[in-house]
Write a protein of this length. Sequence first.
Length: 147
Amino acid sequence: MANVNIKFNGKEFLLSCEDGQEEHLEELLIHINRKFNDLKNDLGNIGENKLLLITSVKVMDEYYETKKNVEKKKDELKILTNKFKELKSLVYEYKDLKEGEIKELNVNQNSLKNEIEINQKYYEKLIDNATDEISNFVEKASLNKFS
């Protein structure tokens, strides 16, 4: 345990604290001393015990307000966390949906590509047949013209 000499309301006190906490204790006492002196200046000399009580009440009020604000922020954080989880879930659902649509489009594209290739071969065959018929017709017409 470490010992710290502090001055409060013009009096010296020796306080103990955990090793390494000396500076923190001194900071706390500076804050309490400042509050005590501010109240003493505002309220006048109403007695040390009453000023200590009012100082304690003020410090506890700040503590509870801070605690209440921390709890409020925790609740807000929980709400935001839940909304984030919902949003994340929606993003993954949307991603899965779009991946499914892309797969379906790829299947349809491949099917259309195959259909185009089949139709291209069919049309090439039709053109070849039409060309052969036109050639045969021209040839017959030429023979009939000379005979």
